[in-house]
Design a protein around this ligand. Structure first.
Ligand SMILES: NC(=O)c1ccc[n+]([C@@H]2O[C@H](COP(=O)([O-])OP(=O)(O)OC[C@H]3O[C@@H](n4cnc5c(N)ncnc54)[C@H](O)[C@@H]3O)[C@@H](O)[C@H]2O)c1
Length: 440
């Protein structure tokens, strides 16, 4: 098929590369001209597992341009994957999606054949039918469902594994204005996926609510595990991992996203949760579960901050190992580890920061919070406490005697994910979150 992808960011560029590598012709559009120059020069401007390799393998099937008209004239399906940033009240802004619709309105008007406009960006429920559909009809003078199709087809991927998740989804969500468009998008995914996902085909509003509610449900599950971890922490003999393993074996619950730890972060979960609450308010309803999931998430940061200050007063020093919101990515947006780091910095702690990816690509914001260290051993130099914050696999095989050698005498180790449990330390006093071994 001939597909255009508008918005070549963290999700859009991976989407374009996946379609192209599976043999489809792709026109990739972005309004950032420098981004397009880099892509045309063969540089991969986005950090994501396997993305450079996929772009290289698919280079004969993909063109990059700032020309929206080319995208419409040379393809039959246009995927829009531009930012929908959160407003302070939790609402998402549709401004970038609407800007794209204004750009493609004229070429769509000129086109004789049926064209499918597929919104992938996460949007507030009601956006497709009350904003995008009438806008497209006004701009083109065409009728939705007859002359063009409108699809809402958000993705459920995690940064760091976008390509694997995109090609191996549990479910493909397709909200459609008409059956022809829904069938075409189904066929498109059938031609690229490497597993047998469930195709959830529905109307536009149901798909919009499904996207938000799925993410909210996952945050609720994560917060449940984290609340359980707090309970275990205060209960001598309790171990959250043993309990969640048993809970996860029940098919009504399942094991994924059930590990007690530092809470959820990143560019989607926290904001989707807030958006769900905003949507409910706009309908005159008060949700109880989503706000509770957010509250538990914030409370973990407070609890951990209080634990640290009780054990080691400022200025520390304290080493923070792991800043990304999850392993496999450099993204620190809404990362619980970053929230704690900021709190400690404000409280006057001297911080030594390490993360396998985030520190390498650190912004000035991160550099202002502490000393950026090239490896965990450098981070541990002279510290009175080391806090393991992100579950990076490399932290599971640290040379602990080497760390103990460089840390200050009698240091503390706070292990948010119990990565180092079972290790006999010579110097460290060990505190694993969710293990009932402490009255902290
Ligand atoms: N990143 C994720 O993990 C993820 C997961 C699921 C859903 N989403 C959703 O996907 C959407 C995109 O997210 P992202 O993380 O890829 O964003 P991003 O910021 O990484 O990339 C967005 C891209 O769109 C381009 N762009 C912005 N306005 C444009 C316009 N008017 N015309 C052409 N290009 C334009 C930008 O230059 C940028 O390259 C958002 O709605 C987000 O909520 C993201």
């Amino acid at each position: 098929m001939h597909i255009s992808v508008i918005g070549l960011g963290k999700l859009g560029l991976c989407t374009a590369a996946c379609f192209a590598v599976k043999g489809h012709y792709v026109v990739g559009v972005d309004h950032n001209a420098e981004h397009i120059v880099n892509l045309n020069a063969g540089t991969c401007p986005i950090i994501e597992t396997k993305l450079p390799e996929l772009l290289n393998r698919s280079k004969n099937n993909i063109v990059f341009t700032t020309d929206y008209a080319k995208a419409i004239h040379e393809t039959d399906i246009t995927m829009i994957i531009v930012p929908t940033p959160s407003n302070p009240d939790g609402d998402f802004s549709n401004a970038a999606v609407e800007a794209v619709l204004h750009e493609i309105g004229q070429p769509l008007k000129e086109k004789d054949s049926f064209h499918i406009v597929n919104i992938v960006s996460t949007v507030m429920p009601g956006s497709c039918e009350t904003v995008f559909l009438p806008l497209l009809q006004n701009l083109t003078g065409k009728i939705c469902g007859k002359d063009f199709g409108l699809i809402y087809n958000p993705e459920f991927i995690a940064l760091g594994s976008v390509i694997r998740d995109f090609l191996n989804p549990d479910m493909i969500l397709i909200g459609a204005s008409d059956t022809y468009s829904a069938d075409t998008i189904c066929k498109l995914y059938e031609s690229i996926v490497e597993n047998s996902p469930y195709y959830a085909i529905m109307n536009l509003i149901n798909a919009e609510i499904t996207k938000l509610s799925l993410n909210c449900f996952v945050t609720m599950k994560i917060s449940f595990a984290n609340e359980l971890a707090s309970l275990c922490h205060s209960t001598p003999g309790a171990d959250v991992d043993i309990i969640t393993k048993a809970l996860g074996a029940d098919s009504r619950i399942g094991p994924k996203c059930l590990k007690g730890g530092l809470g959820f972060g990143g560019p989607c979960f926290p904001r989707d949760n807030r958006a769900m609450q905003h949507y409910a308010t706009s309908k005159g309803l008060t949700l109880r579960l989503s706000p509770a999931a957010s509250k538990v998430n914030i409370d973990i940061v407070d609890r951990l901050f209080n634990m640290i200050t009780k054990l080691v007063p400022p200025p520390g020093p304290v080493a923070i190992l792991g800043l990304a919101y999850k392993p496999g990515t450099h993204i620190v947006e809404e990362s619980p580890a970053l929230h704690i780091t900021k709190r400690l910095h404000t409280a006057g702690y001297v911080l030594r920061l390490h993360d396998p990816l985030a520190v390498q690509l650190a912004s000035q914001e991160l550099a202002d919070l502490g000393v950026l260290c090239g490896n965990p051993y450098e981070a541990a130099e002279g510290v009175k406490m080391l806090a393991l914050m992100t579950q990076w696999p490399e932290y599971a095989s640290l040379d602990w005697p080497r760390i103990e050698q460089v840390a200050s005498p009698d240091p503390w180790l706070i292990d948010c994910w119990r990565i180092a449990r079972g290790i006999s330390f010579n110097k460290f006093s060990y505190l694993g979150l969710g293990l009932g071994n402490s009255n902290l």
